[in-house]
Write a new protein. Structure first.
Length: 405
């Protein structure tokens, strides 16, 4: 039995040795399809932003020096509107130029007075009711970004603001990592599909769906292989298909039961197993190995165990393959609200309730009936890690957790 951290090291070491530089080549996708993909180019501004000295108020472009006495009257000599050139317009002493938000500042002006602080006397004259500071009401050329400046770095997960940034520098197509394809296979004679009503001995297949969601959230592309029955023939047929993908996830059939054949079939296909027991509760019988270039996981069948094992081992692998800059575990830190019993042999990962109070996260374990209790996990909002050890972990101790929101 190996520690969780050691398991993660083994997964990452294999990822480094198996994943050749072009394993997940960059591909171009339309900007509209790029949300949450992993960027594979440094993005550089193709021009200054703003591209010219720009009004950020509707009003009058003035020389602030002319407004030392208030109110003050100025002659309106021209108009500057968004999208139109200002060449030839000049703001001389005691004159001003009517200007709209987003329009270029004409030569000679150095501030913009909001229209709300003016009174129009005639088409050619305006009374200014408030003074302005040098540079007020405008943004200077390049104030936000300079031409050639790197504004997004390779490895970044593209977020909503980044979509706008990419649009603003002309990226109609964006270079992103190809998504690893992840095959998902459920196993068990007792399983029926979601739309079916199980008989007295049956249960619905939920693992395929939580795994589908977890794979998608991690940025990979799930491929559903359905349910394999607990027979060598059926497992062979479906595992064979799964081995064609980048990653194969099999849930169930990896414990000590008489009909847990998954590891036998892995062996028939020559899967090289690197570990098959982790000091983790739930999730002890987690199997990891590879078959040629394909990463292979046998995840424990109980629904919460499957989810926890994915989060601990599969998600970091996917982020690594994607060349994501942040391939961390997603763990956050909180203070334990109440003393919690430790397990002497295994690190526990259990449903918990976390909230933010007095500048930090506070956490306590949630009522839960064990590794098949999905509803218990749905009532919680986090999974807390209680490191293995004797006795109790005291209230106030710092612990790691994963948010489930
Ligand atoms: P196993 O590891 O195959 O012995 O499965 C352990 C427990 O998890 C059993 O109670 C199974 O019925 C349950 N289980 C296995 N696969 C699934 C699944 N796909 N969806 C829901 N429960 C499952
Ligand atoms: Mg089973």
């Amino acid at each position: 039995m190996i520690a969780i951290e050691h398991g993660v090291e083994i997964v990452m070491a294999l990822a480094n040795s198996l994943a050749k530089p072009d394993r997940m080549p960059a591909e171009f996708v339309p900007l509209t399809d790029s949300l949450h993909r992993i960027l594979r180019e440094d993005v550089v501004a193709d021009s200054d932003s703003p591209r010219f000295d720009k009004a950020i108020r509707d009003g009058f472009a003035v020389r602030f020096e002319d407004l030392s006495t208030i109110p003050s009257e100025l002659q309106v000599v021209a108009e500057s509107r968004a999208g139109h050139s200002v060449s030839g317009i000049q703001v001389l002493p005691s004159t001003c130029c009517e200007i709209m938000t987003g329009a270029a500042l004409p030569e000679g002006a150095n501030a913009v007075v909001m229209v709300e602080h003016t009174e129009r006397l005639s088409p050619g004259r305006v009374r200014i009711l408030r003074g302005v500071r040098d540079g007020e009401g405008l943004l200077r050329k390049g104030a936000e970004v300079c031409e050639g400046e790197r504004i997004l770095e390779t490895g970044k997960k593209i977020q909503i603001p980044d979509i706008g940034t990419l649009a603003s520098v002309g990226k109609a197509q964006v270079a992103v990592s190809r998504r690893p394809r992840v095959a998902i296979l459920a196993t068990g004679d007792e399983l029926v599909e979601v739309s079916q009503i199980p008989d007295a001995a049956g249960i619905r297949n939920s693992n395929s769906y939580t795994l589908f969601a977890q794979v998608t959230e991690a940025g990979a592309e799930p491929a559903m292989l359905g349910i394999a029955r607990d027979t060598l023939e059926d497992l062979r047929e479906k595992i064979h298909i799964g081995l064609q993908q980048d990653i194969l996830l099999v849930s169930g059939g990896v414990s000590m039961g008489k009909y847990d054949f998954v590891e036998d079939v892995f062996a028939e296909f020559g899967v090289k197993v690197l570990f098959d027991q982790v000091a983790m509760k739930p999730g002890k019988p987690t199997v990891f190995g590879h078959c040629g270039e394909t990463f292979v996981f046998g995840l424990p069948g109980n629904p919460v165990s499957t989810m926890v094992a994915f989060q601990m081992f599969v998600r970091p692998l996917i982020l690594h393959l994607l060349k994501a800059g942040d391939s961390g575990s997603g763990m956050l830190e909180a203070q334990l609200d109440a003393a919690t019993k430790r397990d002497p042999a295994r690190t526990a990962v259990v449903p918990a309730l976390v909230h933010f109070a007095e500048g930090g996260y506070r956490i306590r374990t949630a009522p839960w009936k064990g590794s098949s209790d999905l509803a218990g996990l749905s009532r919680a909002n986090a999974l807390v890690v209680i490191p293995q050890g004797e006795g109790m972990l005291g209230a106030g101790e710092r612990v790691q957790f994963l948010t489930m929101e």
